[in-house]
Design a protein around this ligand. Structure first.
Ligand code: PLP
Length: 406
């Protein structure tokens, strides 16, 4: 089935057929003799007005802040095809995607229920920024099914989850959050950056607003900042309206680069999934590694749920070293191949310490309550040779353990 004859699903979702093919061909312009196979970057900020003589009736007014430049439109169509939604929108960053989505559905006096396991800036947006606009948030433990319904208020407009979570890679059942959203007449929004549409088609599970930091796996090469939202035509047009007013549209050059990255998303994810699983199993026997956190391991508390929900367990894993922060510092200092840097989802392996990066503003006690030990190392497993990564991490683990033994 071609992407232009999608099969309707309840809730506006459509069945995704062959992500490998959609990633490459969805959204691309019709191939005419003499036309380039890869569409060019269209840098023009503005376009001849549909009101000018000779324009076809019904042509929209095009302007690149509106998100309807050809590069912005083609990458959005590709993302919608991969997510199996009616529509999608690419924006200037993952935070732009989240913020514009929330602002499009919640207004002064409204209420949001959110998972307490969120990307740092999303948590601050909800806890500090949106309250300035009269929008309150209740944070709940996402793995406690009753918590969602208990947090409902008459003006709950959004239920927001993130999955898998950072850095503990929790994968919880979406259904209780879905039911709470239904009961309130609210939308269910999910930041599924860690999963990608290859490992999870969130719309098939009733998610109304599928949000990505496209900076990560969708772009895939650590060379752009972008975000995306996918959902019904109605939802996306509301988000696009906010984007027009607040202004975080994606630059055409970045949209083109993002589309280039997405073409290889399925093949990259296959390798990320395989390498991370292999490394997680390998780390399990390494001296000085107290715990390995990966949803593909049976030892992970959410393994059964992850196996049910996901088509792949992803490229992110975490380990907890004996010896806390000092051991984690020694581990990082000894790395040669892997870069110690925030962010994730690129072709190169990236390593970070949650206690110094994503969760630096929390106390050790607060981190512990989220399951984040000070000896935790988060690894975004890249596409390098697996044997080279094992050599690298064996040396790092030995360096981390050295002083503990002494
Ligand atoms: C990085 C990230 C974001 C923010 O994305 P930007 O593109 O940096 O704005 C949001 N959510 C998750 C899960 C992320 O990893």
């Amino acid at each position: 089935m071609s992407p232009d004859e999608p099969m309707s699903r309840p809730g506006g979702g459509m069945k995704v057929v062959s992500p490998a093919t959609s990633a490459i061909h969805a959204g691309e312009p019709e191939g005419r003799p003499g036309e380039p196979v890869v569409a060019p970057v269209v840098r023009s900020s503005t376009f001849h007005s549909p009101l000018s003589a000779g324009a076809e009736a019904g042509e929209p007014l095009r302007y690149s802040r509106y998100g309807n430049n050809p590069n912005q439109e083609s990458v959005a169509a590709k993302i919608a095809a991969l997510e199996g939604t009616e529509a999608a929108l690419a924006l200037a960053s993952g935070m732009a995607a989240t913020a514009m989505t929330l602002l499009s559905v919640a207004e002064q006096g409204d209420h949001i229920i959110a998972s307490r396991h969120l990307y740092g800036a999303t948590g601050v947006l909800l806890a500090e920024e949106l309250p300035r606009r009269g929008i309150a948030t209740t944070f709940v433990e996402p793995s406690a099914p009753a918590a969602w319904l208990a947090a409902l208020r008459p003006r709950t407009r959004v239920v927001l989850i993130e999955l898998p979570t950072n850095p503990t890679l929790k994968v919880f059942d979406i259904e209780p959050a879905r039911q709470a959203a239904d009961k309130a007449g609210a939308i269910l929004a999910a930041d599924v950056t860690f999963a990608t549409p290859v490992n999870l088609r969130a719309a098939e599970h009733g998610v109304d607003a599928v949000i990505h930091s496209a900076t990560k796996y969708l772009g895939g090469h650590s060379d752009l900042i972008a975000g995306a939202v996918a959902g019904s035509r109605e939802l996306i047009s509301g988000v696009a309206r906010m984007m027009k007013l607040y202004g975080p549209s994606i630059d055409p050059e970045t949209a083109w680069l993002l589309e280039r990255g997405i073409r290889t998303l399925p093949v990259r994810m296959e390798r990320h999934n395989c390498s991370a699983q292999a490394l997680a199993e390998w780390f399990t026997g390494v001296p000085g590694v107290r715990q390995v956190v990966y949803p593909g391991l049976e030892s992970h508390p959410d393994h059964a749920c992850a196996a049910r929900l996901l088509d792949g367990f992803g490229g992110m894993l975490a380990i907890v070293l004996d010896g806390g922060g000092p051991a984690a510092d020694r581990f990082c200092a000894s790395l040669k191949l892997a870069a110690v840097a925030p962010s994730l989802g690129g072709v190169e392996t990236l390593v970070s310490q949650p206690r110094l990066t994503s969760h630096v503003d929390l106390t050790p006690g607060e981190r512990a309550s989220l399951g984040i030990d000070d000896g935790m190392i988060r690894i975004s497993v890249g596409l390098e040779d697996l044997a080279d990564l094992k050599t690298e991490f064996a040396a790092a683990a030995a360096a981390a353990a050295a002083r503990v033994a002494a």
